[in-house]
Write a protein that binds this ligand. Structure first.
Ligand SMILES: [Zn+2]
Length: 257
């Protein structure tokens, strides 16, 4: 079952990639979501929308995406639009008032359900592989190139970090923690050590600082590998962590340098 859903996320990326190809996009500034939505028969409207990040209302072959008029963060808006376009293009079933998506849905990179599919669609639409891959070929892994991608492509740090790890040729992994535990992770093709979902964060990690009310250092550092990994062949691992305060999450990049 899970394998089928992983295939579905790849199909979602492929659909987004086809749209990028059809629009002849070769620069981040060309990813004009309103134009793409219009061409797909989707209108974007802003208005009151309580407790949700976006809503998709389908009317035959057309649809309306409604965004809350209280949202002022442009990257979040773009991600919400791309996510809803994903539900539309992937023909996700709409019941009664449409698909209502929350901030948690936009951060759902792990359940492998239709929200995850919409997120993978959005990440390829906003950061097409053809434009983003070469930016992930770096000598030093940290959030610096990730932030640059997020800024240049006007998208969220989390989605940029997932793309970065996917295309980075170095052995690195992105871990998301909540309540001092590993919630989910993604890894590059060169990463081999086992990461355990649900594992409690060691007090030697930088990520734990956020959960004990301390400030995570801005810069990454080498730490004892066994603080994160059960892999005796590695002595040290580079960790760079960033708190996503509004979600109560910490994102960590680990790199075996
Ligand atoms: Zn959704």
């Amino acid at each position: 079952m899970k394998i089928n859903l992983e295939i579905k996320t790849r199909i979602a990326e492929k659909k987004a990639s086809e749209i990028i190809g059809n629009f002849g996009i070769y620069h981040p500034d060309h990813i004009r979501l309103l134009d793409i939505a219009f061409a797909l028969g989707v209108q974007i409207k802003e208005g009151p929308l309580h407790g949700a990040s976006a809503r998709l209302i389908r009317i035959g072959n057309h649809a309306i995406i409604r965004l809350p008029n209280t949202e002022t963060n442009e990257p979040r808006k773009r991600f919400s639009i791309a996510h809803e376009l994903g539900h539309f293009v992937l023909d996700h079933e709409v019941i009664s008032l449409g698909i209502v998506c929350t901030a948690q849905d936009m951060m759902n990179w792990y359940a492998m359900d239709r929200e995850t599919e919409a997120n993978y669609f959005a990440s390829e639409l906003l950061m097409p592989e053809t434009l983003v891959k070469k930016r992930c070929d770096v000598k030093e892994v940290s959030f610096d190139p990730v932030k640059k991608i997020a800024t240049d492509f006007q998208t969220s740090l989390t989605s940029a970090a997932i793309r970065f790890v996917k295309f980075c040729p170095e052995p690195c992994a992105l871990i998301c923690s909540e309540d001092s535990k590993i919630k989910w992770f993604v890894k590059s093709s060169e990463w081999w050590p086992f990461i355990r979902k649900g594992q409690k964060l060691d007090k030697r990690t930088l990520a734990i600082e956020y959960f004990v009310g301390q400030r995570i250092p801005d810069e990454g550092q080498d730490i004892k590998a066994d603080a994160w990994l059960d892999e005796p062949r590695i002595r040290e691992v580079f960790e760079h962590s960033i708190a996503l305060g509004q979600y109560g999450l910490v994102l960590t990049l680990l790199w075996i340098s």
